[in-house]
Design a protein around this ligand. Structure first.
Ligand SMILES: [Zn+2]
Length: 275
């Protein structure tokens, strides 16, 4: 799933092309992908986008005239690309904008589940749609992070992924960040002390910046992640094989030596006992 580093790299890549020409044709859009119907998509036609912005993991494309905002959330499997004039696109995109210069902004989604979303909204509706998001994770700093952690006594891995607490981090970067901070994914946010908060704040910035730099250079997942999906591979810091705890919807990866005092967390039931 694309998270803050991936979405920020994408935002930077799209910012210039999407504002170069007015929109000539908006759509088609898959019925499950387009989440709004009023204003209609064709209201975009003839207008120019002001560029690409980002809020957490979402991309935000306001029109130059300030009347409309296009929101895009890729979820797990969505992919958004800009195709230059003449470049071949997919036959049935989940969503497409055709620009006057012949370029296209194309959203595709692998698999049968259509979970990625596109919203066309008035600016105040867009603000309401984004209002639940917490502060952007990148550049949060220790003081503001301390408030986020104190407000909600939860396990770190779950709290970091909660977009209402802080926006931009998902499963993969939660694994990378907690490893860098040498904190247990199951430690309670209210029990890590001032030193833990400092380490976590530094790790959030360092890991998201590392991810962004790699993604800007086009690095694939295998080269970008050091802990996420690295089961059994040696920890890059201490050499201990990376372990994991499986959940229904996701998997937590961690180093037992660096993060849990040598304890291997066998399953959810056991992990509840090990904080
Ligand atoms: Zn380690």
């Amino acid at each position: 799933m694309p998270e803050l580093p991936e979405m920020e790299a994408l935002r930077r890549a799209l910012d210039d092309p999407v504002r170069a020409f007015p929109i000539e044709r908006a759509g088609p859009a898959h019925v499950a992908t387009l989440k709004t119907f009023d204003p209609p998509l064709r209201a975009l036609e003839g207008r120019r986008l002001a560029g690409a912005e980002r809020r957490g993991k979402r991309l935000v494309f306001p029109t130059v005239d300030g009347e409309l905002v296009l929101l895009v959330h890729l979820m797990t499997a969505g992919r958004l690309r800009y195709l230059r004039a003449g470049e071949r696109g997919p036959k049935t995109p989940a969503f497409r904008l055709l620009f006057a210069g012949g370029g296209q902004l194309v959203l595709t989604e692998a698999g049968s589940k259509k979970r990625a979303g596109v919203w066309l909204l008035a600016p105040e509706q867009a603000e309401a749609e984004l209002a639940h998001l917490g502060p952007d994770a990148l550049g949060l700093g220790a003081a503001r992070l301390a408030k986020v952690l104190a407000a909600d006594g939860r396990r770190l891995h779950a709290l970091l992924r909660d977009q209402r607490s802080l926006a931009g981090i998902g499963r993969a970067w939660a694994n990378e960040i907690l490893h860098a901070a040498e904190l247990s994914p199951f430690a309670l946010s209210t029990h890590i002390g001032g030193d833990g908060v400092e380490r976590l704040a530094a790790a959030i910035d360092a890991e998201l910046a590392r991810g962004l730099e790699l993604r800007l250079r086009g690095a694939a997942d295998a080269r970008t992640y050091r802990v996420h999906r690295k089961l059994g591979e040696p920890c890059h810091r201490c050499g201990t094989p990376i372990a994991r705890v499986d959940y229904d919807e996701h998997t937590v990866y961690y180093c037992p030596t660096c993060q849990t005092g040598g304890r291997v967390l066998k399953d959810r039931r056991l992990s509840r006992l090990l904080r």
